[in-house]
Write a protein that binds this ligand. Structure first.
Ligand SMILES: [Zn+2]
Ligand SMILES: [Zn+2]
Length: 373
């Protein structure tokens, strides 16, 4: 036995009719249709058009119900009456599903059925840190000067206690219509600079702008391993506004180091050693991020030889583990020698033969054979 239902005399239109879909329409079809209607009737596209605003609200309400399977079932059974009495009614806060769509469409956040736009602009800040700070990570205090609503006038721009009128050029619409070819178009009103307001007595504290620069100190965490040119974003730390703060983008510049260079998570360093150290072997001091370490250079080390110190590099940014430190030893040749040194080196040269310089001996052999064939 079907439940007897007496419809109340409601003037509300059928949700399916509003969304221009059939009663058996799939969820995706309903969504698509709502998107199209929302685009068409959105208040931003139809400034000061109450009919469009009503159509927009009507479509949003219909979509909020039909996009929710439970509510749709209720609506199919009981019509608008399903939400007429006690508790089950459509509340402004039911715009969850609607706001998801609208955010995608307009980049705005809807809540409570009222449009809420992030009015604050994003700001950027250049932060220079040292090589070692970037490698090890650091918490930095930075002073950011950002516009915030003026306190005395609460951001209105009018001297407290004085009236705010509608702009008489645009009648408070903030936009004016003009003819562009065959079409009517709109542009922001010049007289009120797109605010729609006329303020006879500007606020003295902010000269009518409604904003004041405010300097704020904030702590920023820079993670270990950050690269030059990286950008860290602090949500809500941009321009302050009652309509939602902008974000703060911190551009990180890493200063060069006098000894270290960087390749990903590896640190590169060149260490000069003397000819005798290269020949006889030596223990040399090598700077690392953890301080000095002693590295053994074996006897007979060639110039340009690279030694790897495992795990002495930079933490992998956004990952696990650490890079290595790559130490290139460079044999330094004396540029000026004393008389006695010259004599000793000459003696050494006479003493040195093929067996002490196998590479050179091999090269000379090849050179001699070069034009023989
Ligand atoms: Zn105006
Ligand atoms: Zn002010």
């Amino acid at each position: 036995m079907a439940r007897v239902y007496t419809p109340k005399p409601v003037s509300k239109r059928d949700y399916y009719v509003i969304l221009e879909v059939s009663r058996t329409a799939a969820g995706s079809e309903i969504k698509q249709s709502y998107r199209a209607l929302a685009m068409k009737y959105h208040p931003d596209r139809n400034p000061d058009d109450p009919a469009a605003e009503d159509a927009f609200k009507e479509a949003s309400e219909a979509y909020a119900v039909l996009s929710d399977p439970d509510r749709r079932t209720q609506y199919d059974r009981f019509g608008h009456a399903a939400f007429d009495s006690g508790g089950a009614g459509f509340e402004a806060g039911d715009f969850g599903a609607v706001s998801d769509i609208l955010e995608g469409l307009f980049g705005e956040v809807f809540s409570g059925g009222r449009r809420k736009r992030r009015a604050g602009r994003d700001l950027s800040y250049d932060l220079e840190i040292s090589f070692v700070q970037a490698a090890l990570g650091i918490e930095k205090n930075i002073d950011v000067s950002r516009p915030a609503p003026c306190a005395p006038c609460s951001g209105s721009g009018a001297e407290p206690g004085t009236p705010i009128h509608k702009c008489n050029v645009c009648q408070g619409r903030a936009q004016v219509k003009y003819q562009r070819g065959l079409f009517a178009a709109t542009r922001p009103c010049h007289a009120c600079r797109g605010t729609g307001k006329k303020i006879p007595t500007p606020c003295n504290a902010c000269k009518g702008t409604g904003t004041k620069m405010r300097s704020e100190s904030m702590s920023v965490k820079i993670p270990a391993g950050v690269q030059d040119g990286a950008v860290r974003t602090v949500r809500g730390a941009g321009e302050a506004s009652p309509g939602g703060n902008g974000d703060l983008h911190i551009n990180i510049k890493v200063r060069d180091h006098s000894l270290f260079q960087r390749e990903g998570a590896d640190i590169l360093v060149s260490i000069p050693i003397s000819f005798p150290q290269a020949v006889l072997g030596a223990s040399i001091d090598v700077p690392t991020l953890d301080g000095q370490v002693v590295m053994k250079v074996p006897p007979g080390t060639q110039s340009g030889k690279i030694f790897r110190l495992r795990g002495k590099g930079i933490p992998v940014y956004g990952g696990y583990g650490k890079g290595d430190q790559l130490v290139t030893v460079v044999v330094e040749v004396p540029q000026e020698v004393s008389r006695r040194q010259r004599k000793l080196i000459t003696e050494l040269a006479q003493e040195i033969g093929d067996e002490t310089h196998p590479q050179q001996a091999s090269f000379l052999r090849k050179l001699r054979g070069l034009f023989d064939a």
